[in-house]
Ligand binder design. Structure first.
Ligand SMILES: Nc1nc2c(c(=O)[nH]1)N[C@@H](CN(C=O)c1ccc(C(=O)N[C@@H](CCC(=O)O)C(=O)O)cc1)CN2
Length: 287
């Protein structure tokens, strides 16, 4: 029977993180009478996005935040969405603004993200926050990459000097997680669809972050024995089940530790959104 990797329990880690944030929210309310406010904007009726927004709304309320979801019809124009963001930017009780992605095709995503006040950009996607991250300075950091790092830090005694390979170069995950790994003193490679000998590149890694959006692409024999594998992929399979970008059954016989899908990085994304909302609150009006 081949060795089985340790399973990194993202659901448990996320629950613990949320509980700690909830305690802080209660303490702020008791001490100052203030309540951090998270506003999530959903445009259209993408079924997965509806589920994620409902979950964000519920979990933020559960930990005592002022949680508001703005559900706008699919026909909402770019100008109308910009007006909604301007109103949220101007409202002092709003600490965090998140526009759920993807947006309908007639709306320019970049223009919308650029319009969010960087101090309220709890998704960490505004160019100011992306620039601060690239410069190794404090800003708001995208939620999924932050979640990946928290899981890595609870799994490994130290990240310093380790070889990390990030598969995928998206603005939402690949690029920011590479920056965070670099800040943690890893030697970082960003691999993507044009990378030659991808399996060989991945085999060099002590840490693999798979964020490519292709189900089961990373096979067990691509991994260095004992590697720590963080699977960001959430792919709906024809049988209705979810699968990651990593072939979990194979990888678990080679890796030292691995996140499952579901129950790995996904739950950390929302917990880190709540953490970012608290960070934004402290920076804006907590002092
Ligand atoms: N503005 C943003 N849009 C999107 C982001 C984001 O970070 N900011 N990320 C994803 C979707 N997402 C949050 O928005 C998200 C995805 C998955 C999960 C999650 O908990 N997944 C579960 C499985 C859920 C299921 O059964 O479908 C898991 O992995 O265990 C949470 C949040 C794209 N859009």
């Amino acid at each position: 029977m081949p060795a089985q990797a340790r399973i990194i329990d993202g659901k448990a880690a996320a629950a613990e993180l949320r509980a700690g944030i909830g305690r802080e929210v209660a303490a702020i309310k008791a001490a100052k009478g203030l309540v951090p406010g998270l506003h999530v904007v959903l445009v259209g009726d993408d079924p997965a996005s509806r589920v994620y927004v409902a979950s964000k709304e519920k979990l933020a309320a559960e930990i005592g935040m002022n949680s508001v979801a703005h559900r706008l019809p699919a026909e909402t124009t770019e100008a109308e969405l910009l007006a909604k963001i301007a109103a949220l930017n101007a409202d002092d009780a709003v600490d965090g603004i998140l526009v759920q992605l993807p947006l309908p095709k007639h709306i320019d995503t970049g223009r919308i993200i650029d319009a969010i006040d960087p101090a309220k950009d709890v998704d960490g996607l505004h160019p100011i926050n992306a620039g601060l991250l690239a410069g190794g300075k404090n800003g708001l950091v995208p939620c999924t990459p932050l979640g990946c790092m928290l899981l890595l830090k609870q799994t490994l005694p130290s990240l310093s000097g380790l070889d990390a390979v990030v598969v995928g170069r998206s603005e939402l995950v690949g690029r920011p997680v590479a920056q965070l790994l670099l800040q943690a003193d890893c030697t970082v490679t960003i691999a993507h669809s044009r990378t030659r000998n991808l399996a060989e590149v991945v085999r060099r890694a002590d840490i693999v972050v798979a964020a490519v959006g292709r189900p089961l692409m990373i096979k067990g024999d691509w991994l260095k024995p004992g590697a720590t594998v963080i699977d960001v992929g959430i792919n709906r399979m024809p049988d209705g089940k979810l699968a990651g970008d990593v072939d979990f059954a194979e990888a678990a016989t080679v890796a030292g530790a691995i996140t499952p899908v579901p129950g790995g990085v996904g739950p950390m994304t929302i917990a880190c959104l709540l953490r970012n909302t608290l960070t934004a609150f402290h920076a804006r009006r907590g002092k």
